[in-house]
Design a protein around this ligand. Structure first.
Ligand code: FNR
Length: 371
């Protein structure tokens, strides 16, 4: 169908499933084990209801914001997803170019199909990019990448902490990944790769399961970029990150692709806000320690719920993959435009003319648990 018939982010998924190579569909859509967390990532948002405020002048509405001090046209960023060329020959370049057009921030994955330099060179002057980091067992490799990224103008480093070992994505494993085309995967410097268990396992053997809190001072010594831990899943770890002086955390379960039965980021958000409030007097959102959420976000209403509960912004993954796999760069631009239209309407209906006007009182989250 033509792009004009796409009404929402879910639509891209159905189309991608039809048009994508089976191997790519398996890698993009799969989640861990029985995919319970993947489903929960969506259902958690269904437990939050709005308490709109009426009789507010909403003639003008503005959904722009700042993320780690950088301007963004909306409180959404394109999160890191590996292997873009499985879905489209231009891979992650589709995301870079669409992000430029729509004024959103792209998080470049360590395991992009395009090289890091290609994605940085494709950015427009002033365009913000972050880097997602898988930490290599060889710390010199990681140090070189981080320092190169900082010199190239990357504005935030998101260290993935929920993947000391890749989860079992059985749909993907059944496809028995064979990288016929070595250019599909950016060189990772990993030899002896096991290709018998799907795309994910095949490319991830360099990731260091020894990564720990002890490494944080080292990261701080090699870069001045804001450091964010991606994949935090309990308030105790968010508190440690804050106490160590990090810039924020992404409350995420990796799109349900790691530990099955991990909770939704939205559930975790509620407990983090409560406990960091109690323990350190923090009020969210704030500029000193920012909370991000990803997993299952498909509507501006999902984003608004997370913001009402204290998030600064949310990451979206699969819908952009499905969009470029089906329609290239234009598909991603269309997805972002749909979100913009949704923000405009829903902020009006909620009585919040700007992102900063979205308040805790605008949601009923009593069906989310907090411990
Ligand atoms: C991911 N994700 C991910 N995260 C990360 O830190 N490094 C990575 O290389 C990848 N790769 C990756 C590939 C694919 C195909 C998917 C779907 C996801 C996780 C990603 O950043 C994010 O946490 C989730 O995708 C968010 O959930 P949704 O929006 O896809 O539901």
């Amino acid at each position: 169908p033509p792009l004009s018939e796409i009404l929402n982010l879910h639509d891209f998924e159905g189309i991608a499933k039809q048009v994508m190579p089976e191997k790519a569909w398996a890698y993009y859509s799969s989640a861990a084990d029985d995919e319970i967390t993947n489903r929960e990532n969506h259902s958690a948002y269904h437990r939050v209801w709005f308490r709109p405020q009426v009789m507010v002048d909403v003639t003008k509405v503005d959904w722009s914001t700042t993320i780690l001090g950088q301007r963004s046209s909306m409180p959404v960023y394109i999160t890191a997803t590996a292997l873009g060329k499985l879905g489209h020959p231009d891979g992650e370049l589709n995301l870079t170019r669409a992000a430029a057009k729509c004024g959103v921030i792209q998080m470049i994955p360590t395991l992009a199909s395009c090289s890091f330099d290609e994605l940085v060179d494709a950015a427009q002057p002033g365009q913000t990019q972050f880097l997602q980091l898988y930490v290599n067992k060889d710390r010199e490799v990681t140090k070189r990448l981080v320092q190169h990224a900082e010199r190239q103008g990357i504005k935030g480093l998101f260290i993935t902490v929920d993947a000391p070992q890749l989860g079992r994505r059985e749909k993907d494993m059944r496809m028995k990944f064979e990288a016929e085309d070595p250019s599909e995967v950016q060189k990772t410097g990993s030899d002896g790769v096991d290709r018998s268990q799907g795309a994910a396992r095949a490319i991830s053997s360099f990731i260091d399961p020894g990564l720990s809190w002890k490494d944080i001072p080292w990261f701080k010594s090699i870069t001045k970029m804001p450091l964010v831990l991606k994949g935090v899943q309990r308030w105790e770890d968010a508190l440690k990150a804050y106490d160590l002086g990090l810039a924020g955390v992404v409350l995420s379960n990796h799109g349900g692709r790691q530990l099955d039965f991990a909770r939704s980021g939205l559930e975790v958000l509620v407990e983090v806000v409560e406990h960091l409030g109690k323990e350190r007097g923090l009020v969210f959102p704030n500029d000193k320690f920012q909370l991000f959420v990803d997993g299952g976000v498909r509507r501006a209403t999902d984003v608004i719920k997370a913001i009402a509960l204290g998030a600064t912004a949310v990451g979206i993954g699969r819908p952009f993959l499905y969009a470029f796999s089906s329609y290239g760069q234009e598909g991603v631009e269309c997805a972002l435009k749909i979100l913009e239209d949704e923000f405009e309407m829903n902020l009006r209906l909620l009585g919040a003319p700007a992102i900063k006007d979205i308040s805790r009182t605008m949601v009923d989250a009593s069906n989310l648990s907090s411990h």
